[in-house]
Design a protein around this ligand. Structure first.
Ligand SMILES: Cc1cc2nc3c(=O)[nH]c(=O)nc-3n(C[C@H](O)[C@H](O)[C@H](O)COP(=O)(O)OP(=O)(O)OC[C@H]3O[C@@H](n4cnc5c(N)ncnc54)[C@H](O)[C@@H]3O)c2cc1C
Length: 384
């Protein structure tokens, strides 16, 4: 159906998915139509660069931009907490405002569930938040001896590559400071292998990268508690002078408490169209739970939020202009894994592959590191 009047698109969430959606809609829709982006924090920060904050290669200001900059392009920005979503009427409650759209895109990400593991927040350090990465950078600069253990605190977390990347970068940093021989580096993962959704070859290649750098890796180890100087895994414990963690995640309450949520709290959107059960309501990025043919969920990664954002923005603009509906999201994506020394590996492929994802990991090289830098620069300079 072609619309002749003004339409409003609400985009809930101003992270990777929300910004990519709003920008693309703004480019495609004429100014009669409103694009309204809602986000809790006034600033966007680029999570993929937090690991460079951890290593000291970036200052927080370099990867932070005010969301209000989107207003220069004609995107309306509302800063506030979404407390309720009524998908039947496409209404979002933000403080004392109730905003209703003709179309609604939900991209509220995933919340941290750090408190699921007793002692984790108190005695551990994380690279998963900007403030955490800054504090961890200070801790790492002081390490001269001892044992650093990087843990994934649950099998489900954001960016499956990030904890392995963190361990490799920490190892390289210790080497650069000449203290590597007196510091042990270990990884304990709750999942059965590194990046298991990407397949056995990728898992084996990442395991090899860790082994080559003498990083002691043990999969299938779910931590149950953290105490000063030690990590608990059920009945056993291990010494850890510095615990570095990737937190578990949970669906944001505004979603889990809404009619959009499945029993697990996440939105089970259509894997191709990202449509929900409610007309005109789409969900993209980390707040969706898309189960692949292998029975495991599509990883929570910005590359997928970005690809899905384009599909949804194109679908909405086509529905307004009467253009043909675009092809759906095809499950392709890739991610860089920084390995230190100015190099990165690159894993990419089709996560919707049938019967299983077909993903390959390219060996570490300078070009992949510069590829990650180039993408960061594109986001920081062109997106906002
Ligand atoms: C350390 C780290 C490294 C990573 N590296 C990579 C990488 O190299 N490549 C990659 O592809 N992915 C990476 N990721 C994952 C990537 O950052 C996420 O998958 C991506 O940001 C998801 O986009 P999103 O839009 O779904 O959610 P987000 O980007 O998290 O955005 C959600 C937004 O919603 C806001 N919000 C939440 N609840 C509310 C509410 N109630 N009211 C208002 N606003 C709300 C949040 O403040 C946030 O701005 C990394 C993640 C981390 C933590």
């Amino acid at each position: 159906m072609v619309s002749t009047g003004s339409q409003t698109v609400l985009v809930a969430g101003g992270g990777i998915g929300g910004i990519a959606t709003a920008n693309r809609l703004r480019r495609r829709l004429d100014r009669r139509h409103r694009v309204v982006l809602i986000n809790r924090d006034p600033d966007f920060t680029f999570a993929a660069s937090y690991l460079w904050v951890m290593t000291g290669a970036r200052r927080p200001a370099q990867i932070t931009r005010p969301l209000r900059r989107l207003e220069r392009r004609g995107i309306e920005v509302v800063i506030g907490d979404v407390t309720d979503i009524d998908p039947a009427t496409r209404t979002v409650t933000v403080g004392d405002q109730r905003l209703t759209g003709d179309h609604l895109v939900v991209s509220l990400g995933a919340d941290w569930a750090t408190d699921r593991i007793p002692g984790l927040a108190e005695h551990g350090q994380t690279f998963a938040t900007l403030g955490g990465a800054e504090r961890l950078a200070g801790e790492l600069r002081r390490v001269e001896t001892g044992r650093i253990v990087v843990v994934t605190a649950a099998p489900l977390y954001k960016c499956p590559a990030a904890p392995y990347e963190a361990a490799l970068l920490i190892e390289a940093g210790l080497r650069a400071r000449g203290v590597r021989s007196s510091v042990e580096v270990a990884v304990r993962s709750a999942e059965p292998a590194p990046m298991p959704v990407a397949g056995a070859d990728v898992s084996a290649a990442v395991t090899m990268l860790l082994a080559q750098r003498n990083i002691d890796y043990q999969p299938g180890r779910q931590i149950t508690a953290v105490e000063p100087g030690s990590l608990q895994f059920g009945d056993t414990n291990e010494r850890a002078d510095l615990v570095v963690y990737m937190p578990p995640i949970v669906a944001p309450p505004a979603i889990a408490n809404s009619a959009l949520a499945a029993d697990d709290g996440w939105i089970h959107a259509d894997r191709s169209t990202l449509a929900t059960a409610f007309p005109g309501v789409y969900a993209i990025g980390d707040n969706t739970h898309i189960v692949l043919g292998i029975g495991k969920p599509l990883p929570r990664a910005g590359v997928f939020a970005h690809g899905q954002a384009h599909v949804v923005a194109d679908t909405i603009s086509a529905s307004i202009s009467g253009a043909p509906t675009p092809t759906g999201f095809d499950g392709h994506g890739g991610c860089f894994i920084e390995t230190g020394d100015g190099r990165a590996a690159y894993g990419a492929g089709n996560f919707y592959g049938d019967p299983a994802p077909t993903v390959a990991l390219h060996d570490p090289g300078r070009r992949w590191h510069w590829g990650k830098v180039a993408f960061e620069q594109q986001v920081m300079r062109r997106w906002l």
